[in-house]
Design a protein around this ligand. Sequence first.
Ligand code: F1P
Length: 351
Amino acid sequence: MVDQSVVLREIMSQPEVWSATWQQLEGSRDRLAELLASQCWDAILFTGCGSTHYLALAAAALHEQMTGERARGLPASEIALFPATVYPDVAAPILLIAISRSGETTETLWAVDRHHEHQQPVLGLTCRTDSALARRSDLALVIAEADEESVAQTRAFTSLYIAAQYTSGLLAGDEPFLDVLSHLPARLEAVLQRHSEFIAQAAAGDWQRVIFLGSGPYYGLACEAMLKLKEMALSWSEAYHFLEFRHGPISLVDEHTLVIGLISDTAEDAERAVLADVRRLGGRTLAIADTPGAAADETYAVGLGSGMNERARAALHLPLLQLFAFHRARTRGLDPDRPRHLQQAVVLERR
Ligand code: F1P
């Protein structure tokens, strides 16, 4: 019987949706380039809430990696409630990149208003043209094709992340990078064909805890994978920077622990060594890298096979990790289309 889940349909639609995202970004290129070139930025501030906060973390790390310029990723509430920690120099030109699928999340709109109080521009990344964020932004990139019915973000997250990659690539003047992004949909098609079934099997394991590890831009992606498991499968999960895992959390490892590592190019050896420590302590590991490692004792290994560098291929991890959360929910007899206590956006009446 074919699974009728809405979120599953949205996860599997990502190859087409990423193609539409790419078209949309190319169409917005001139307007985006104009905003980016309008000032010599002291820093770029990425913000959002929940999934889009984690997106902001990943995007800020990528931005610094690509441009060598200062960038921060912050939850929107910190900008709204603790501006002194965000704007030590109120005169410095800062571009706020506010990210929100719905464009209606209250804290994100607060952050936009706070930023405008400093007479500074806002670039909005959203999926809804008629949203408050789109209206309030100095420039809004709207990826309507990535919008979702589901509560848990899947294709919206990845498409908005590609929009952030595109923005950083443009600011860095890195044309080859921008060109490589156009190959992501075809690469994802192959990844889903090759690994979807295996991910379903891995998700059905006897896990009491699942931990996601990532370094650099992959840390924000690991956090998003953790959130998916909580939202869809009501499962205990955590995310750490790879080497941070040894500093305490490693105590939790036992045979019911699965540690999923998003392996970078920059720090591959150091990251694989953490996974080897987990296995030595009796835990199980799943390494997701572009090419599978040579370690014979690896519990599970997934090779993305994209041939892309770590900056470009990042989004390819997410559909597999979203599928992991989806199948974990099914294994636990839960409905991944109806996360408990959650709505698509948190809209507050007042602070
Ligand atoms: C942000 C968000 C979602 C989360 C939940 C509540 O939404 O935190 O990430 O899954 O549904 O809202 P948005 O600002 O990106 O629309």
